[in-house]
Design a protein around this ligand. Structure first.
Ligand code: GRF
Length: 204
């Protein structure tokens, strides 16, 4: 299966996806890397692996329509069948969400539906978990739909909050779990072992 990875930052989840492909755990190929950030580590990583990499930002286009068309054309040209958002900080245009219905995944560093939605990104998520007194957090892979962080949940794994945790120490342990479950969840889609019934995603 041809996948596109969208990433805005350092790209450690992208690296985890590439590792899983390299050692045969993930039957897929990264056909395209898209980043809105010209300085993203993920762009550099793609280029070093000779993966087509595009710096694409809505600001480069005079209208949202043109941006959407360009993105769709790019996905089509590279034969993309599934999109994996990996620390992607921009909204996905509605036309792309429609075209790729149930074929866009995201990784979120908490157990959704808790600690998701507006403002819940990066270190803020872990700060909110600690401030809430929750004893458990984790990582969630979900399908992307029009509502931010609200699409059907595909896979989750819990991480204990430990005495003495700071947002940074918690983020580091959650990140390890992200790297573990994201390639697994993508593999489920790549090998078509998934059945979606409303909000329930069943893995076969
Ligand atoms: C991860 O914590 C991911 O859950 C969040 O953004 C971060 C991206 O990290 N959405 P990386 O760029 O994959 O290292």
């Amino acid at each position: 299966m041809n996948i596109a990875v969208f990433a805005s930052g350092r790209g450690s989840n992208f690296q985890a996806i590439l590792n899983a492909i390299d050692d045969g755990r993930l039957p897929a190929r990264v056909a395209l890397l898209v980043s809105n950030n010209s300085k993203a580590g993920a762009l550099e990583l793609a280029r070093s692996r000779k993966i087509p990499a595009m710096h694409l930002n809505q600001k480069q286009y005079s209208s949202e329509d043109m941006y959407e068309e360009r993105l769709l054309e790019l996905l089509e040209r590279h034969g993309v069948e599934l999109i994996a958002l990996a620390g992607y900080m921009k909204r996905i245009p509605v036309k792309v969400i429609d075209r790729y219905k149930n074929r866009i995944l995201n990784i979120h560093p908490a157990l959704l539906p808790a600690f998701g939605g507006a403002g819940m990104y990066g270190i803020h998520v872990h700060e909110a978990v600690l401030a809430s007194g929750a004893r458990t957090t984790g990582a969630t892979v979900h399908i992307v739909d029009e509502e931010y962080d609200e699409g059907p949940i595909v896979m989750q794994k819990a991480v204990d909050v430990l005495s003495g945790d700071t947002p940074e120490t918690l983020a580091a342990r959650v990140l390890l779990v992200e790297h573990e479950i994201y390639p697994k969840a993508i593999a489920v889609f790549a090998s078509k072992r998934v059945r979606i019934e409303g909000r329930n995603v069943w893995i076969q």
